[in-house]
Design a binder for this molecule. Sequence first.
Ligand code: PEP
Length: 259
Amino acid sequence: KFDRTPLIAGNWKMNMDHVQGITLLQKLAWTLSDARHDYGRVEVVVFPPFTDLRSTQTLVAGDKLKVEYGAQDLSPNDSGAFTGDISGQFLAKLGCSYVLVGHSERRSVHGESDELLNEKLKAAYRHNLVPILCVGEGLEVRQAGDHVLHTLAQVRKDLAGLNAEQVSNLVIAYEPIWAIGTGEVAGPDDAQEMCAAIRAEIADLYDDSVAAKTRLLYGGSVKAANAASILGERDVDGVLVGGASLDVGEFANIVRFEQ
Ligand code: PEP
């Protein structure tokens, strides 16, 4: 497990204009730079709105902020007549390392299909962005006991045509929809059950060495109080944090989960 660098990701969603975003990042840098709390091994990534990326780039480049950043979505296309869309090549030029693909709010509010998400994953790889693919079931599917089948079907469809190298670099976030923004958190056992199932599916689709490299995250009402137990699970390599990533102290304590 510890060959895979733990990844703590903060999804700001549609919050924080660029002034608020800079303030949050400066406070985060200040909090994390406290030498008494070394979080060295952990990778920290924030996902501000598109309109904050330019100022995030300036701040991260100018500061010794050990934080990476990415976008919350990208277009499946690289350029052209796609009004309102943002291309992966623009994100790469803004210094993004990561991009979220298929967050449940994109799937439900914007009706994004697995076929579209497969195109978005390919677009991300064309521009050397590491995708964080989000998968997970809704409450009805969970109550019917079909959550593993449902989530693995998403994984298979979303990964269609990707090669072993791409999937080795991929990050997949298991985010049960019933736990997102609800305060309802899946237990560490639930997170482990699904992450183990996803890893086994990748081993099946590719091989064990690919499955050993793919990082798997849990997301859904993660806070400082529950992060360590979830991150202690064997197949959970990180967390994707929504609401709590807007609170600097809370997010910093999640980053320091090992202490
Ligand atoms: C998310 O936005 O991916 C998320 C998990 O949100 P929250 O932590 O607020 O449940």
